[in-house]
Design a protein around this ligand. Structure first.
Ligand code: TRP
Length: 329
């Protein structure tokens, strides 16, 4: 099966409602009589990091006693579409699950704007506070808490200099409507300036702009940095189709984007951050903690991921300091 057909099939499956542990495939709300806890999950779109965070949350819940015998999970994926987010939110509002998992900033914002009386645990969210999901990360005072994915942006930018010690200009590329990306972009700009890099900043408003915007960077930048941006993450192959022939390395905020063809990342382990969030959710279901009073947690693990094949395409030698990095291709 060709890769794209396969990806399409997976995306289609993810868009369907998967109810596990249920008898007869009821939707979450209608099977409250089963005595199982109802868990509703919303994810903005299909891409590696978010899928890993999602799986981690379900596994984290299970670790703490909420496996398929105790919970029913209503999985919803918005396929990157705001109108789908609206209908998913309406679905959760009427089904009234016991807890909602929000995966990514845009998905969690959509449910949290409308639903104030059900605990929401978020994961793969750059900054809960800037996204206005909580009053403060230390003390949410809303029905939302979770685990952020604040990656080491400064160190990610530094990687550009490690691969290309003579680099002078950094391209910065993200989607203008994602607040999660804007925060990281500001951080990246400040740091780049402090290490003597000139920044060429470009934004896209949807995946349709990526090719053209990438083409406009050719000849202008030594490398490109892309933060954990949902739109870009879903289309790394489109980006590298332009940057690879131009021999421009692309450094990224998440491992999944390096797996999809970018050169390298120093990334949060999204699966582990999901497990961490799943553990928080179990404590909420146990009645031991309330989102209102539970500080947003930081992710624990970072790892360097290098796409060996991309390094070969670009003709770049892997620097000694990354000898022990995880290699993918
Ligand atoms: N940080 C993004 C957000 O707040 C979500 C995210 C996690 C992501 N990992 C990613 C986006 C990797 C792009 C690539 O919504």
């Amino acid at each position: 099966m060709n890769k794209w057909v396969k990806a399409g099939l997976i995306a289609a499956l993810a868009g369907m409602t998967l109810v596990y542990g249920g008898c007869g495939g009821n939707s979450a709300g209608s099977s409250k009589t089963s005595g199982k806890k109802q868990v509703a999950v919303v994810q903005i779109m299909q891409h590696g990091s978010l899928d890993a965070a999602n799986q981690g949350m379900i596994d984290g819940l299970k670790d703490k006693g909420y496996g398929p015998d105790k919970v029913e999970v209503d999985q919803q994926n918005a396929q990157g579409d705001q109108s789908n987010l609206k209908s998913i939110t309406a679905r959760f509002k009427s089904n009234k699950p016991d807890i909602i998992f929000g995966i990514s900033t845009p998905a969690t914002q959509a449910v949290a704007n409308e639903i104030k009386d059900i605990p929401i645990v978020g994961c793969a969210i750059t900054d809960f506070e800037t996204a206005k999901l909580v009053k403060s990360n230390q003390k949410p005072e809303t029905n939302v808490t979770g685990v952020n994915d604040r990656g080491p942006v400064e160190k990610q930018v530094d990687m550009g200099k490690v691969f290309l010690p003579n680099a002078k200009t950094m391209g910065l590329l993200y989607c203008s409507s994602e607040v999660n990306s804007e925060i990281q972009a500001n951080q990246a700009k400040k740091h780049a300036a402090s290490i003597g890099l000139t920044v060429v900043e470009k934004t896209v408003s949807s995946v349709n702009d990526i090719q053209q915007v990438a083409e406009s960077m050719v000849g202008q930048v030594d490398f490109i940095y892309v933060p954990t941006d949902n739109v870009l993450a879903s289309s790394i192959p489109t980006l590298v189709k332009v940057t690879d022939p131009a021999k421009i390395p692309v450094l990224v905020g998440a491992d999944s984007m390096a797996r999809d063809g970018a050169l390298a990342s120093l990334s949060v382990d999204f699966y582990k951050s999901g497990v961490q969030a799943g553990h928080m959710a179990a404590q909420i279901l146990d009645g031991k903690i309330k989102p209102e009073e539970t500080p947003v947690e930081d992710p624990e693990v970072y790892e360097v991921i290098i796409n060996k094949k991309n390094a070969e395409i670009l003709g770049i030698k892997i620097p000694d300091e990354y000898k022990n990095a995880t290699m993918v291709d």
